[in-house]
Every structure is written in structure tokens, then in C-alpha cells.
Design a binder for this molecule. Structure first.
Ligand SMILES: [Zn+2]
Length: 141
């Protein structure tokens, strides 16, 4: 994925976090106008549902693994979202409370580069495992 000219490196934490978000959102596109469901067991379908960074882009480290900043969106809705910032604003106002929106706004720290903290990957993996247990599904690496 590209943000302007900057190619963003992905890490293990991104992988776990993305799985966590898609399971949390029950493998369903979170755009209320779409609501398309995906089968996590089908590799082709699985790739068509993304963990989309809504309020702040993925390059913004302080909110890169913040669950409130992300939701599962299908590839089409992700494109649709990226075409206009107002769509992100609309989508967030559909899903988050006023307090959550205000909290998220305050997370802007202007930091877009730097090292990924070591504990982040572990936390992302733990969150994913926990959600697997909660849903009674087998934890897959
Ligand atoms: Zn969609």
C-alpha cells in the first residue's frame, strides 16, 4: 500500500492486527451501504477484505494499531474511502460515539516515522488469539 510516494513497510504487528480487526468485524465489510460478508477460510476471499485505517493513515505510528481507528472494509469500499476524506469522516461518525471520536482526534502526535515498539507485535498477536478464543474458533498462525 502506498501513501503518496512513501512506501510503508509492514511488520508482524500489522499482520496480527489486521487479522484481529477482520475477526472483530466478523469478516463483514463495515460500510453500512455494503455489508458484504467474506469467508476467512477462503484465501481468495480473505484477501478482498482489508483492515482499513480510517481516521489516520497507516503511516501515522501512534494510531497504526489502534482498534478505534480501523475497520474491516472490502477492497471496493476501501478504494471508495480513499478517494475522499469526507467519506472517512462519515464512516467514523456511523461507527464511533462522540467520545470515541474526540479521543481519537487527540491521538494525533504527528509522528509518521520511527521504530515500531517491540511489545506491539506481541500485543497484536495476543488480541487476535483472544478474539479467536471468544469466537470459539481454532487459532491459526
Ligand atoms: Zn464493502
Amino acid at each position: 500500500m502506498r501513501f503518496g510516494k512513501q512506501k510503508i513497510k509492514t511488520s508482524g504487528a500489522d499482520k496480527w492486527f489486521s487479522k484481529y480487526i477482520r475477526y472483530r468485524d466478523k469478516w463483514t465489510c463495515q460500510n453500512p451501504k455494503c455489508n458484504k460478508e467474506f469467508d476467512p477460510k477462503n484465501g481468495k476471499e480473505r484477501r478482498r477484505l482489508h483492515c482499513a485505517h480510517i481516521g489516520y493513515g497507516r503511516a501515522h505510528i501512534p494510531t497504526r494499531w489502534e482498534a478505534l481507528n480501523c475497520m474491516a472494509l472490502c477492497i471496493n469500499c476501501h478504494d471508495w474511502l480513499d478517494q475522499h476524506p469526507m467519506r472517512a469522516f462519515w464512516l467514523m461518525s456511523q461507527k464511533l460515539s462522540h467520545e470515541e471520536l474526540v479521543w481519537l482526534q487527540l491521538q494525533y502526535k504527528g509522528r509518521t516515522r520511527g521504530r515500531i515498539p517491540k511489545h506491539v507485535e506481541k500485543e497484536a498477536r495476543e488480541k487476535y488469539k483472544k478474539i479467536c478464543r471468544g469466537m470459539g474458533i481454532k487459532y491459526v498462525d
